[in-house]
Each structure stands twice: as structure tokens, then as C-alpha cells.
Design a protein around this ligand. Sequence first.
Ligand code: IVH
Length: 689
Amino acid sequence: MERQESLAAAGQNPDRLQPTSAQRRQIEMLRNQLRHHGYRYHVLDDPEISDGAYDQLFQELVGLEARFPELVTPDSPTQRVGAAPLAAFAPVAHGMPMLSLDNAFSSEDVVEFDRRVREGLGRTDVMVYMAEPKVDGLAIGLVYRSGVLIRAATRGDGHTGEEVTSQVQSLAALPQVLSGSGWPELLEVRAEVYMPLAAFAEYNERARERGERAFANPRNAAAGSLRQLDAQVTAKRPLTLFCHGLGQVTGGVVPDAHHEVLEQLVAWGLPVCPERMVVTGVEGCLAFYRTLLAQRDRLDYEIDGVVYKVDSRADRDLLGALSRTPRWAVAHKFPGREAVTRVRAVEIQVGRTGALTPVARLEPVAVGGVTITNATLHNFQELQRKDVRVGDQVRVRRAGDVIPEVVEVVATQTSRPEVLTCPEQCPVCTAPVLQESGEVIARCSGGLSCPAQRREAIRHFASRRALDIEGLGEKLVDSLLQAGLIVTVADLYTLAAKRQELTALERMGDKSADNLLQALAVSRTHGLERFLFALGIREVGEATARNLAAHFKTLAALEAASLEELEGVPDVGPKVAAQIRGFLHAAGNRDVLARLKRESDAWQLWSENRAGSARTLEGQTVVLTGTLQSMGRPQAKARLEALGAKVSGSVSRRTDFVVAGSDPGAKLTRARELGVAVLDEAAFLEKIK
Ligand code: IVH
């Protein structure tokens, strides 16, 4: 009896101590599958299954091995991290192994992690943890000697990685020489290299337009871009990174608490994710998880969960590590970004530039906490390549505010209908569909006389990354168009004078009307960069809009620019230059611009580049807390950064001021303790004017 109890307590079933041959086979099969998928993911950057499906296989193997520990072999995927390095990169032995993280999939798993930590330390009081986003990119170790970057290496198998020093040197965010002072003689910083989501979307869009294969997800984009033997290729990719810890450190001292280590890294000029927080106990961890999950879609980087780390290094040392994971940290995973569902129909949508996009109508499926019923197939060439037909089971992916997409077909029925082909006439306005030679995209030639193009142009103008007119979504645009209250974007700014007709719309009460008018007022505060992007000029994404605004400074200068002058802007070639000039000089667009100038009261702001012209907050460090009424946090951050400020996640003596919205958090208390200036929303708006 006693033996049975102790076995049960160790999580083993006394009746099943001997594995059956089926269980042995299952273990072998799982290992082979995991090795195969690990190779596809780590080496080829071309996974065949979702991260969630991989985690499930991995957990199944962990479970079986826990029941039959005698079957664990040193080469089991549970005992290894990642895969072997590519032969073509020089191997680098890590001074300290680069470990992986154990996963928690539920609150119970987090409770269990905390219990194990406290048990390991013999503690009954509440633990202090550092909670951070788990950025989904590529792990990297950066070695600085006397403050100078001497080597960068990928994780590889955890012991030996690949040397990518020259590739990493092209990352603008990474200092080659540390600032400040007091760095240890040898300092290894651990970081995650990633591709920001906006840049990822733009990169993929361009790749598709060229008929090339897009990256399956931001992680692959980061890995595929960094692990280029030709560092010149890496240099052209928009990569950046966040540092999240230390590896080997000799010849110097670093702070004991992890949160202080991160602050020290910031002081040395290294980028650290601002969305981090010191929390206490399981409650603190779970509150952070909920907050971040709610913000997930607003961040400009992909996160697949959050990491909780014991803050005290002394405690970490006491807890130690297993062969592949430390006992002092855990990754609490978010719901997966991918799911499998059935295609009900394939239809064609006409976008703001007339592009015809095949779209799959799906059986509703939850992806990352949101139910989706549509997913894009991008263009007819991709539709052919993926060969998606009605009735197929498909894997779909949704991330951030990027439109969900069909990744691949996973199963088909025996009899399938034909695959949809490109029509000759626009399905909305019947104008001829044209496809320029060498172009992948087919377009409706109807221009703004096509109702679909008009509607999409307005939706784009109002979208979050454009002028961010909150509440002006698809349904409202449709009813405004149907009621004849708007025809082009310029009419949006006449709505204040048509309040009665506005409130008469279905589902539009006084409150919604006020909100819309308020959102329109806020949209007036953006500068040239966002305004240019909002116009929806073909080939002008966010990055190009930023470059154009920085180069020409005013809309008038841009309008007057010749093709040659336009081509002087980074990333603008003859094709893009022709699109810009063509757009700004088309009669219909000139009318809309002239009316916007008359109606909006915003011309001064929209037509001038403010980033760079007035960097009134240069060098200041600002912390945001609570909810702002007039704008979201990413917006506030972008505005502050455009004025030269650095937005930090935690308050310290170096903070210049804290902006407190409604329901401010502990950061406000901390600011008061340290005597840091606190601004309310009105004072903040005044400051960023
Ligand atoms: S700490 C000892 N913190 O996730 C483990 N890792 O599965 C140290 N990652 O290899 C890792 N964001 O590349 C840590 N805030 C974060 C992270 C993070 C992403 C990656 C990292 C690591 C992998 C572990």
C-alpha cells in the first residue's frame, strides 16, 4: 500500500509500470514525428504543422516518458533543444547552454509551476516574478567584450549554434558598442530577433505581388531573413530585436534582480520589450496574462504567450535547471493562431485598388480567441497553387489585425468542384478585369465608379494604421454609403453638420454619433505620414509613406515632385513613383483632396511631416498608465516616439514624466513615490500638440 501511494504521488500508475509494445511503438513514432517537424521548423523554416499541433505531440511524448522513465533516451526530442546548425554557418559553442522553456497551457499549470518553485526554495510566502511577453522570433546570443559586439550566434541545438555576427550587425536597433559604463569584461545578452508585424505584412504583400512565396508567419520571416549566408540580404529585411536576459558573464557585476538586469540593459542602449512587469504570486502572473492577451492584436510583434521568471538570481541558482528547461521560468501559452475548418464557398472580393481577391467562406472556427468565417486566398495564382476548393478542410491562420488567411489544404473530399478562376468582368460593377503583363494581381478597371472600390477606400482611410477612426467599421461605412451621407472620404468631415441624419441611421443613437464625431476629431491630429498611407495609393504602405513624409516634409512638395525626385526616396522605384504621381494628379483624387482641405480643419496637420520636424521630447523617457479617452496606447506611444521620446514600461528615477489615463495602475503610485511628474490626459494632449 505504501509503495502504491508513493508511486501515485509521483504521478505514476502502479498498474501500468511495464509499457506495452503499443506504447513503446507510440513513443518511437512520436519521437520520429517530432524530429521531422523540428527539422522543418528549425532548419528549413518551413513547418508542416502548427505550433499548437507540435506542442500536442510533444506533450503526449512528455506524458508517456513520465510514465515510463526507463524509456527516456538522451536523443529523445524532450531532451534536446532545437535542431543541428546548418553546415554552412560557422559553429559557435555557447558559453552557457541556451535553454528552452517549459510550457503552461492553463491557469492550473501556472499554479503548479508556482507551487514547484516555492517547494524547491522551501518558501511559503508569495514569490516575486518578472512577467514578459514571449516574442515569437529567433533566439540569439550576443557577446560583448569590453562593451563591443564581437559575436552573435543562433541557438542551434542549445549547446552549439550558428555564427551570424555579420547578419546581426545590420540590425539598426542593436548597438555595436554599448553606451554608459560598468559593463562586465565579457557580457552575453540573450535576445529574440523578430520582424515587426507591419513590416511582415508589407514584405509578404510585395512578395505575393511579384508572384513569390510569402513567409508562413513572422517567426519564419525572422529566421529566414537572419539565417542568410549573404549578410547583404539580411540587411534589406526589416528585422529588430528585444533582449530578455543574460548568458555568460565574466569580469564584472550585474544586478541580482532580473528586473534590474533588464533596466541595466536598457541603460546600456539595448532594446528591451517595454510590455514587462514585476508581479507577485500566481494572481499577478495571471492578471498580466489577461492584460497582454487583450492587447495581443495591438502589438507590432507576434507573441505566442507570456513568460514568468523568478526575479531573484539567488533563487534561480537554487532552483537550477533540467536538461532542456530551467525550473525558474515557464512560458504560459496563448491560444494558437491557427485552426482547421471547412470551406463553404470561394468568392471574389474587390478591394480599394480594384484588386480581385478570392476569399474562402468558412465554417465558423475559433482562432486565437476570435471566431472567423472568412479567410483570404490572396490572388488567383495562390489559389491555384494551394488548390483550395469548396468542401476542403483547410488550415487557417489569423494574427493581429492582419486578415485571416488560408495556409493550406489538409484534407479533401473524393469528388471536388473545379477550382475558381479569374473572371473577365468585375463581379460588382461589370467593368472589364485587367491584368498587366508580369502582374499577379487582376484588377477591376472601374476605378472610383465601382462601388466596391469606393467603399474599400473609405474603410482603409479609417483603419487603425491609417487615420484610426474608431467605430467606423465595415457596417457603418456601408450604411453611410447607402443612406447617401457619404460618397468619398471627404464627406466624412461634413457629418458633424448632418448630425440629425446621422442619428436617424439604424443602430446609431446619440452616443454612437458622438463617438463617431469624436473619432473623426481625433483623426485630424495625425500627420502627413499617416495621411499619405490613409489615401491608399497603390504601392504605398506604411514604410513608404513614412519615407515620403520624411523626405518631402509637406504634401505640397510631394505633389510638385517629378518622377526623378520621387525616385530619390528610399524604396521608391520607377513603378512606385509612377503610382504616386498618377494618384496625386488624377482629377477625381484632386477633387477629393481639395474637399478634404476645405472640410476637415485638419489640413495643417495632415499636410506636414511632424516626425522629425519638431522633436520636442527628444531624449525624454515617458511611461504610460491607465486608459486614455482620445487614443489607444499604441497611438500614444507612436506620437511620443515621433516627438523623440522613449516610452518605457516601468517607472524609475530616470523617468521624465508619467501619463496617467483613467484607472491608472501601480505605475502611478510608483511615480508618486519617486516624485516623478504625472500628466493627466489634457496635459498630455497639450504636450504632444
Ligand atoms: S527567457 C532559460 N524570455 O523562447 C530560458 N525567452 O522557449 C530563457 N523567448 O529560447 C528564455 N521571448 O528565444 C525568455 N521574454 C522571453 C522570451 C523568450 C521569447 C524565446 C527564447 C527562448 C524560447 C524558449
